[in-house]
Design a protein around this ligand. Structure first.
Ligand code: SF4
Length: 394
């Protein structure tokens, strides 16, 4: 079971769902009434975590013979969801930990897959931290994320801060801690996000969220839909508050001009982002309901379109070649694999060493993004320098 799912299975207010229950406090109790969901992606992440854990343990915690390590790794590699690329990605996670450990002047304390308890701040709150490193007054909280959707930032991340609170409660009696660095390593997106706060800032945040966590535990407060909060909520398809929010129309204000303004375009696009996701969630829900014999008035499940395919392509082609009907060269095409696949084959480190000089990155096609996006805004407008250069060239 994935770490996130395990946390959900036992803790009502899990660290991984904190961004949701801190903004939409009744969500946790509502989710409790709905069935658990798991996905192949989550199980794939769990396996990558197990491989990462084994490597970190072997390097820092329980030195093991090469045979013992090989056997333990082989067991994991035999699991159906195993992919070769997991080795390279878990190496990157290990690399980050090694670099962090080597930054200490004397050997720090290291723990992996450590169960921590943050119930002093959140009722019945606990979770599992991937890696904790403590030394010289500094505590590192490292989270390995195997997802490849969007990079997750460690900055002000409530999941990381709850892990940090739990780790602080666990270790501050043994080790003095003044600053906490939280890091999310997401190798499939080439993303390492770090964020540092002081012990007092962390504890202050813990006090601040205490009453919110209590409301969430009691299922009190207002449902507060937002793109971020609803995204992974178990109630995302059927939640009435999300529906009301998405269906809400602006009240008419007097006689409006026949063309909408740029302000309205911006506001509609903001709203449409979640509406598109919500409609997709509803479609998935309705299809599953129809397939399991339920009724969604006006809708039914049908067989989707499919293409013809060979039962045995090799045998079919052999017949054409052996019968001299079509030449073999006409039946196969040689295509290079993508750059990403080559990188997956070699691992990021080796790819960089051998092929860096052959790689370039073209300018991306202009795309629309929300204002908070970290990328710099671009324009097609000619700069005065460019305009001046053009006149000079003539
Ligand atoms: S779907 Fe959104 S609004 Fe509804 S409970 Fe979940 S987080 Fe709250």
């Amino acid at each position: 079971m994935a770490k996130e799912n395990m946390e959900r299975a036992h803790a009502l207010l899990s660290a991984s769902a904190a961004a949701r229950w801190l903004t939409c406090t009744p969500s946790a109790r509502l989710e409790e009434t709905l069935p658990e969901q798991t996905s192949e992606y989550a199980d794939e992440g769990s396996l990558a975590h197990e491989i990462g854990e084994l490597k970190v343990k072997k390097t820092f915690i329980e030195p093991m013979t090469p045979t013992k390590f090989k056997n333990a790794l082989k067991k994991l590699q035999q699991k159906p969801l195993y992919q070769n690329e997991m080795m390279g990605f878990t190496d990157e996670y290990l690399d980050y930990i090694e670099k962090t450990v080597h930054g200490f002047t004397s050997p720090p304390y290291i723990a992996v897959e450590k169960k921590i308890n943050f119930s002093a701040f959140v009722p019945e709150g606990f979770g599992t931290v991937d890696c904790i490193i403590i030394g010289g007054g500094k505590m590192h909280i490292i989270d390995f994320k195997y997802g490849k959707g969007v990079p997750v930032s460690a900055e002000d991340n409530p999941q990381m801060k709850l892990y940090a609170l739990g780790a602080y409660m666990e270790y501050s009696f043994l080790y003095p801690v003044e600053t906490i660095r939280m890091t999310i390593v997401q190798p499939r997106l080439d993303s390492i996000s770090e964020y540092e706060i002081s012990k007092s800032e962390l504890l202050m945040w813990g006090e601040l969220i205490k009453p919110v966590a209590l409301r969430a535990f009691n299922g009190e407060g207002e449902f507060t839909p937002s793109e971020y909060a609803c995204k992974f909520c178990r109630a995302k398809s059927l939640c009435r508050a999300r529906m009301d929010f998405n269906m809400e129309l602006e009240p008419e204000k007097g006689k409006l001009p026949p063309l909408i303004s740029n302000e309205e375009v911006g506001a509609i696009l903001q709203r449409a982002r979640d509406i598109a996701k919500w409609v997709k969630n509803l479609e998935e829900y309705a299809l599953n309901t129809c397939l399991s014999g339920g009724l969604i008035p006006g809708w039914k499940a049908v067989e989707g379109r499919s293409n013809r395919e060979f039962i045995d392509q090799d045998a079919a082609f052999k017949k054409l070649i052996d019968g001299a009907i079509v030449e073999e060269t006409m039946l196969y095409k040689r295509e290079p694999i993508t750059l990403t696949k080559v990188e997956d084959l070699l691992g990021k480190k080796q790819f960089k060493e051998i092929l860096e000089e052959y790689v370039t990155k073209k300018e991306g096609k202009p795309a629309l993004a929300v204002e908070s996006d970290k990328r710099e805004a671009i324009q097609n407008k000619i700069t005065p320098e460019e305009a001046f250069k053009n006149t000079e060239d003539k």
